[in-house]
Design a protein around this ligand. Structure first.
Ligand code: PLP
Length: 373
């Protein structure tokens, strides 16, 4: 029997034009196979221009960017940081790198992201919080007007984890540019990828300079190696940045295709009993990184869909398991009700690979529809 063609959740998709290879070749030709270099500077400038922000620092990962953002926000041992519970652990881990304490915040059904009501409650309980991490899951923006209003009232810096939402706009403004700091990720399954990498952005030039300094081992200006601060080896390489420059050129095209995939699922599956596509709000212009849904049905659970797809060599996965339910994080406080738990229980991420054909999409929706027959 011939194996069915594998369909991925989201896999790297290089440009047809070979832009990435041109930038990488240039790095080879000039022997700039090192951290720093013209591609790093170029990638920083081009990404900053794309999302309309002043400064960017290219780093080895989105996680490293979150870590440095927390440091820049002054987060130290035992400080409290608010963090959405419904996210990938990479959002919360850097809080632990700083030996700080996360307090997890519930989602709302309207956005799947941080619930402003729960955030307000958390501020009442922890008025001395040091920083607030906000995530834009699956390319859907959090309700930034409300969140920024609350955080500004308490005068606490916001760090936006826009790892999954590069290119998403909230009321016409790019996610990652509302808070004091924003971060993006170019990991293998993100909307554009460099195989691995991240970016820290801010309108505060001094802070970004400081991040670059820490990211290159905190070398003081001296002929010998001199260090007055703890350093990190977090800087992106010139090869990796070359891939990023090429990928940035096709971001618009990737968003278009991701939107097409979402609309296809919505049209074909949106009327199945108990099935609801993820919420796209009137103010939201998402990048549709992953097409997700929830099912509320006695007979059909997300696991049934996952198993049916898996049999046909098609990858799908559950919605993130909330941090307050994770063995590693469960001793930390949690503010909210059961929304994130319900989203985890009923949620599913469908294959959202931009290389899928209409035939692939047809196969997927037919498998899913057959469960309702
Ligand atoms: C991917 C991801 C990250 C981490 O990015 P890396 O580049 O893999 O370190 C952080 N937060 C969220 C929500 C992510 O999806």
């Amino acid at each position: 029997m011939v194996e069915n063609k594998k369909i991925w959740l989201a896999s790297p998709h290089m440009s047809d034009e070979g832009y990435e290879q041109e930038y990488v070749k240039e790095a080879f030709d000039t022997n700039w196979i090192a951290p720093l270099g013209p591609n790093v500077n170029g990638f920083e400038k081009e990404l900053a221009a794309k999302v309309d922000i002043e400064n960017a620092a290219a780093l080895i990962s989105g996680s490293a960017a979150i870590h440095l953002a927390l440091k820049l926000a002054g987060v130290e041992r035992n400080d409290i940081v608010f963090c959405p519970t419904l996210t990938f652990s990479a959002t919360a881990n850097p809080i632990m790198y700083q030996s700080a304490k996360p307090v997890f915040i519930d989602s709302d059904y309207k956005t799947w992201n941080m619930d402003p009501g729960a955030l307000e409650e958390a501020f009442k309980k922890y008025p001395n919080v040091k920083a607030v991490l906000v995530v834009h899951l699956y390319g859907l923006s959090a309700d930034m007007d409300k969140i920024m209003q609350i955080c500004n009232r308490y005068n606490v810096p916001v760090i936006e984890d826009a790892a999954e939402s590069l290119g998403t706009k909230y009321k016409g403004k790019y996610t990652g540019t509302f808070g004091k700091y924003g971060i993006y990720s170019f990991n293998g399954n993100k909307i554009i990828t460099t195989s691995g990498g991240g970016m820290l952005v801010s309108n505060d030039e001094e802070k970004i300079k400081k991040a670059r300094f820490w990211a290159t081992q905190s070398r003081d200006k001296a002929r010998h190696y001199q260090h007055s601060e703890l350093g990190f080896n977090y800087r992106m390489s010139n090869i990796v940045a070359g891939i990023g420059r090429g990928q940035l050129k096709v971001l618009g095209r990737r968003i278009e295709k991701k939107k097409y995939i979402f609309e296809f699922y919505k049209k074909e599956l949106g009327n199945l009993k108990g099935l609801k596509m993820m919420p796209v709000n009137e103010w939201d212009s998402p990048n549709y990184w992953l097409s997700c849904l929830t099912i509320e049905s006695k007979d059909i659970k997300p696991i049934n869909i996952m198993e049916a797809l898996e049999k046909e060599n098609i990858e799908s996965r559950p919605v993130w398991k909330p941090m307050h339910m994770q063995p590693f994080f469960k001793k930390y406080d949690y503010v909210g009700s059961d929304v994130s738990e319900k989203l985890f229980e009923n949620g599913l991420c469908l294959p959202s690979d931009t290389k899928m054909t209409n035939e692939d999409l047809g196969r997927i929706v037919n498998i899913i529809k057959s469960l309702w027959e």
